[in-house]
Design a protein around this ligand. Structure first.
Ligand SMILES: Cc1cc2nc3c(=O)[nH]c(=O)nc-3n(C[C@H](O)[C@H](O)[C@H](O)COP(=O)(O)O)c2cc1C
Length: 226
């Protein structure tokens, strides 16, 4: 049995995903983590800013945030993302506010078409409700594919590089070498909409762009990020 990595399908760093890091940050922690992700992934930043600013004092801010959560509010966002269609991967980041994502993240999620996009959630938090907040971002972007998210304590960037590596978001490190198949002839590669982009039997090769693919060989089916 021959073990082959399918690295030849990868275009490598020359053709990266176009990545957007959209984030809301009240106190600066999420912004610190967003900047770090942008730096590592070479993505572009979009700051989600409310039309009506939140109070700058902590307690009044918590009161407004709670009111918004309890009334299922959709606070308006100042700007729009330019060239939305160009992006393949959208990181969405926010602080945990009252056990979940701030309502402005709902506004953001409802403002764009996430069909064909890959969403990567991240959040910063003091102590609790990290997983619920990451799950909420997934829940409110149902049209997208999703990759593993990350929660950072306050503004800590510890573990962020390892996470980005794991999900294949660091240019030049696609993660593709993790996939080995037994028989090159039987490899089929599908994109996330189910179309064949590589057929090992017919040898019809159209080299995939960076993105997410399902690779099938005789005894394995794996999700791969190029
Ligand atoms: C309104 C409000 C609600 C919060 N609720 C939570 C919470 O439920 N769980 C938690 O661990 N931290 C909570 N925090 C703390 C923030 O999630 C944490 O400090 C975060 O890193 C702040 O990010 P930022 O500086 O980008 O705004 C809350 C903070 C505020 C202002």
């Amino acid at each position: 049995m021959i073990a082959l990595a399918i690295a030849p399908l990868s275009l490598g760093a020359a053709n990266p995903n176009k990545i957007l890091i959209a984030y809301f940050s009240w106190g600066g922690n999420t912004e610190t983590v967003a900047n770090y992700i942008a730096n590592q992934t070479q993505g572009e930043l979009f700051r989600i800013e409310p039309v009506v600013p939140y109070p700058s004092e902590y307690t009044p801010c918590t009161e407004v945030a709670l009111e918004e959560r309890d009334t299922n509010a959709r606070p308006a966002i100042k700007d729009k993302v330019a060239n939305w269609d160009d992006y393949d991967v959208i990181f969405i980041g926010c602080p945990v506010w009252w056990h979940e994502a701030p309502m402005i993240i709902h506004t953001f999620a409802e403002s764009y078409d996430f069909g064909g996009k890959t969403v990567v959630p991240f959040c910063t938090y003091a102590a609790t409700y990290r997983d619920e907040t990451l799950a909420k971002i997934v829940e409110i972007t149902p049209a997208a594919d999703h990759l593993e998210g990350f929660g950072a304590r306050s503004s800590s960037t510890s573990g962020v590089t390892e996470w980005l590596n794991r999900i294949g978001m660091i240019p030049g490190n696609s993660g593709i070498n993790d996939v080995a198949v037994d028989d090159n002839a039987n490899i089929m590669v599908y994109n996330t909409t189910g179309n064949v982009v590589y057929d090992g039997i017919k040898s019809e090769v159209s080299v995939p762009q960076k993105g997410i693919y399902i690779v099938r060989s005789e005894n394995k089916t794996e999700k791969v990020v190029l």
